[in-house]
Design a protein around this ligand. Structure first.
Ligand SMILES: NC(=O)c1ccc[n+]([C@@H]2O[C@H](COP(=O)([O-])OP(=O)(O)OC[C@H]3O[C@@H](n4cnc5c(N)ncnc54)[C@H](OP(=O)(O)O)[C@@H]3O)[C@@H](O)[C@H]2O)c1
Length: 238
């Protein structure tokens, strides 16, 4: 899909990758960008095309209100994500639940609610779900989070044939580490949020079903294609 002229909605748009996506969308010529955040006062300002919107993706009433307000969306980017659950032996059930609530249920409920809007998009619509390389193989220090991102990848695949019939592409975005608050404490090479956002939009333009938006993701994608077992072992050894 073309970004130019699109009407996008980005969840979790107040910081990190979401904030960078709002900038990149405006830069690439989007007609309007709904910047959705739990606290809409925190989203980027300064361009009349940016429309702040309140949205906690785990709150059905806020999802319904967002659909009413953003009833012309053609590109939905499910970026909101949570990282509460780490090592699977030491995490609590509540931490795992918290990640599944946002990363799996929140993403799916937002998609379901926006389907009538996306179906009406002239020329078709696109949904991009921001997942992770951990969707394809667990990163044990973030084992619970990895499980939630794997589940969200599976749901993305489940939706693809259904949505195809409605002229909606659904794409999985599988980034490597991004330099944001989420992984502030992890010592490893990271790509900037701005570069990741640009890579993500390039993948949307190409309608890639699996978007690897940064150099590490592209490298890991090659390993995944070569051997799923080698991929698993590489992640386990980081
Ligand atoms: N950072 C990485 O290395 C990395 C790698 C691969 C994939 N990802 C994915 O990239 C996406 C963006 O993450 P990030 O790195 O930008 O992390 P971040 O800086 O921690 O930002 C997370 C964003 O999600 C929002 N959010 C969390 N739960 C939400 C909910 N229930 N409803 C609405 N918004 C919610 C946060 O809002 P508040 O400010 O209100 O908390 C914040 O805007 C996530 O899906 C993440 O899993 C990140």
């Amino acid at each position: 899909m073309k970004i130019e002229g699109s009407v996008a909605l980005v969840t979790g748009a107040n910081r990190g990758l979401g904030r960078a996506l709002v900038s990149a969308l405006v830069e690439a010529g989007a007609a309007k960008v709904y910047a959705a955040a739990r606290d809409e006062r925190q989203v980027l300002r300064g361009d009349s095309r940016i429309v702040p919107i309140t949205l906690d993706t785990t709150k059905p009433d806020q999802i319904a209100a967002a659909v009413k307000k953003a009833n012309d969306v053609t590109l939905l980017i499910n970026n909101a994500g949570a990282l509460n659950s780490h090592n699977v032996l030491t995490m609590s059930p509540a931490e795992l639940d918290a990640d599944f609530r946002t990363n799996v249920h929140g993403t799916l409920e937002v998609i379901k609610a926006f389907l009538p809007v996306l179906e009406r998009a002239p020329g078709g619509a696109t949904i991009a779900n921001v997942l992770s390389l951990a969707s394809l193989g667990s990163f044990p220090p973030l084992g619970g989070y990895s499980a939630s991102k794997a589940a969200a990848y599976s749901i993305t695949q489940s939706l693809r044939p259904e949505l195809k019939k409605k002229n909606i592409d659904i794409l999985a975005v599988l980034p490597g580490p991004i330099d944001t608050d989420m992984v502030r404490d992890l010592q490893m090479p990271k790509t900037s949020a701005a570069d990741t956002a640009r890579g993500l939009l390039a993948g949307i333009v190409q309608a890639e079903e699996d978007i690897f938006p940064d150099p590490m993701a592209q490298q890991m994608s090659a390993l995944w294609n070569k051997s799923h077992k080698e991929y698993e072992r590489a992640f386990a050894s980081f």
